[in-house]
Design a protein around this ligand. Structure first.
Ligand code: PLP
Ligand code: ZN
Length: 382
């Protein structure tokens, strides 16, 4: 598994040679012949046969295998809801699936330094997985990242570079550096690892499939990986049809939704405004076109939600479900509500919403409502 291919123009390259196609589109590993695994390796390593590296030691071995939970109290508009709790990965987001594969690949191929361009979960995840495998790690963050968020990354002691200048250009230029293996949000290794979430979902429903999968989208890397996995399953005859894929974004930064609604195939960058969903605020998504192709191919859709809708979804996930998710993740549940209102998702359908990241690393905004009582009064007030 060393050949990468362009989903769009079909050209193939050696993985060592290129991370992006000369046509400008992202590359991914050539599809594998897929079978449901017989073994019992834990987590994402259950699918090691279709990954370009073996199960490593260290924290990367613990990535994936997250719970798929039926949550009747969170059902909306007659939909039967299942939550895929990616917050249970080692650093609290699905990014660990990609980072785990990257460290394993690096160990097997004599690479001793990983890099990433990120301002949040991906940086944390890459730094943690590298630390657990004894690899060096360089994290490039935007110059204006708040210290509070940087501190979560610094905890794993990677080399951190605050980079002033255009973030999109930094993303592209980092992929041409040969000394460091950069695993950015839509690079082939990351997408190959992250696609395992779709294998897990489909295996849980096998031989049927859920009607729809709803997720928050930024770079389009995760959505691309899911699309790729679904295609592999269909080619293998293990699923008959695709679940419809729905991309949810914040209305403050929704290039994929806008382009989808306009019926265009080439994502148009937007001027982003501030949003509480900062983990998904990519105004010029590197896998935007591929994400749009995935939405069309699966007959899915795209929806934007306001920060207010996101906040209320985040609260409902907590008080009616017991899930603490970060705002970017709650965008998908808020999106599901809008999709149900618009009858894009209808009564009786089985829907998986991906909770992409947990909220424990965000400071809580919830106002405290508590009574102070005397200990002697305890039995009286209860
Ligand atoms: C990275 C991230 C996303 C978006 O994933 P992409 O692959 O960039 O589209 C969504 N939610 C959370 C919590 C993330 O960390
Ligand atoms: Zn191409």
């Amino acid at each position: 598994m060393t050949t990468v291919q362009c989903y769009d123009c079909g050209r193939s390259f050696d993985f060592d040679e290129r991370k992006r196609c000369p046509c400008g589109e992202p590359l991914w590993f050539e599809p594998e012949r897929f079978e449901w695994p017989a073994g019992r390796d834990p987590g994402m390593w259950r699918y090691a046969d279709v990954l370009p590296a073996e199960r490593p030691s260290g924290v990367a071995a613990a990535a994936g295998g997250t719970p798929l939970v039926r949550t009747p109290r969170l059902d909306l508009g007659g939909v039967e809801l299942y939550l895929k709790d990616e917050g249970q990965n080692p650093t609290g987001s699905f990014k660990d699936r990609g980072s785990a594969l990257a460290v394993s690949y690096a160990r097997e191929n004599g690479i001793d330094r990983l890099g990433t361009v990120s301002h949040g979960n991906m940086a944390m995840s890459t730094a943690a997985c590298a630390a657990g495998s004894g690899l060096d790690c360089t994290v490039c963050v935007p110059g204006d990242i708040p210290d509070e968020r940087l501190s979560h990354i610094a905890h794993y002691e990677p080399d951190i570079l605050r980079v002033e200048g255009d973030y999109g250009r930094l993303y592209e230029e980092s992929l041409r550096i040969e000394e460091v293996e950069f695993v950015n949000s839509d690079t082939p290794l990351r997408v190959a690892g992250q696609r395992t979430v779709a294998f897990e979902i489909c295996e849980a429903f096998s031989p049927e499939v859920p009607d729809a999968i709803v997720l928050p989208v930024s770079s389009g890397g995760q959505l691309s990986g899911i699309w790729r996995a679904l295609s592999e399953l269909r080619v293998a005859g293990l699923i008959e049809q695709f679940p419809r894929l729905y991309a949810c974004q914040s209305s403050a930064c929704d290039p994929i939704v806008r382009t989808f609604e306009a019926g265009e195939t080439e994502v148009e960058p937007v001027e982003a405004e501030g949003t509480i969903a900062y983990s998904i605020a990519n105004a010029d998504p590197p896998s935007g076109n591929r994400a749009l192709a995935a939405l069309r191919d699966t007959d899915g859709g795209a929806i934007s939600v306001s920060d207010q809708e996101t906040r209320s979804a985040q609260r409902r996930l907590a008080h009616a479900g017991g899930f603490r998710v970060e705002a970017s993740s709650a965008v998908a549940y808020a999106g599901l509500e809008r999709l149900a209102e618009r009858d894009e998702i209808v009564t009786g359908e089985r829907v998986v919403t991906i909770l992409t990241g947990n909220g424990f690393k965000e400071s809580s905004e919830t106002e405290v409502d508590a009574r102070t009582i005397e200990l002697d009064d305890l039995t009286r007030v209860l």
